[in-house]
Design a protein around this ligand. Structure first.
Ligand code: BTN
Length: 229
């Protein structure tokens, strides 16, 4: 692994995309102690105070473009496995890119394309920030502000390694099994259009969410759902 660690940057995904454009190899990892403009899905900001693990893994994958959507589920499974193995807690996955612990967000994943490379960006709440998290989404961390028995560095390295060695197609059954959405009543927030209530039925082999609602069955490959816990 070629590892670039920064004290502070705007976004490790942005830096990794830039390195990809300059020809950086598969397996390059960019990490930072904090981000000033962390990127989330759907154009959102990802709050990135000191205490989190922020890393971006550059993949030069031979997956055909239509299978690249599997990389987000793959990364979710890779992070879950690593956190469970090293920290002894079992996060759930919330379709499509979030990890939750006890109904609170622990980690977000953002995959971005940079030419023929894909950047897998992972933001994991390792230690609780002393000022807490912003109130918009209920969030939690693995450890209190001082950290825990597994160091941030060791966990970050193990996560990057897990992302680099996971097989996207072989992760799908585990992605489905660890996902808390199927079977739940949800509100679907499409990328465009009004939110609507639905029942989540299943996740297919392409990582898409199958929902049933007023107008029948729909397969979602983007957007977001909120779960009525
Ligand atoms: C989300 O929850 O919407 C996805 C958040 C992804 C955040 C990570 S932190 C490391 C990498 N760099 C970024 O700017 N974003 C991702």
């Amino acid at each position: 692994m070629d590892w670039v660690h920064l004290e502070e940057t705007d976004s490790t995904n942005r830096v990794a995309k830039e390195l990809a454009r300059q020809g950086a190899p598969h397996g390059t990892v960019v990490s930072a102690k904090r981000q000033t403009a962390g990127r989330g899905r759907l154009g959102r900001r990802f709050c990135s105070p000191e205490g989190g693990i922020y890393l971006s893994v550059l993949l030069r994958t031979d997956l055909p473009p239509e299978d690249r959507a599997l990389l987000t589920p793959m990364a979710a499974v890779a992070v879950c496995r690593t956190v469970e193995r090293l920290c002894g807690v079992r996060p759930d996955i919330k379709w499509v890119n979030d990890l939750y612990l006890e109904d609170k967000k622990l980690c977000g994943i953002l995959c971005e394309v940079a030419g023929d490379a894909v950047i897998v960006g992972i933001g994991l709440n390792y230690a609780m920030p002393p000022a807490g998290f912003p109130p918009d989404i209920p969030a939690t961390a693995l450890y209190p502000p001082a950290g825990g028995p597994v160091s941030r560095e060791k966990l970050a390295e193990a996560i990057a390694e897990a992302v680099l060695t996971a097989d996207p197609r072989a992760c799908m059954a585990e992605y489905r099994a660890r996902n808390l959405v199927p079977g739940k009543r949800v509100t679907v927030h499409p990328i465009s259009g009004e939110p609507y209530p639905a029942k989540a039925l299943d996740i297919d082999d392409r990582g898409r969410l199958v929902v049933e609602w007023e107008q029948g069955t729909t397969i979602l490959d983007s957007g977001e759902v909120s779960v009525r816990f």
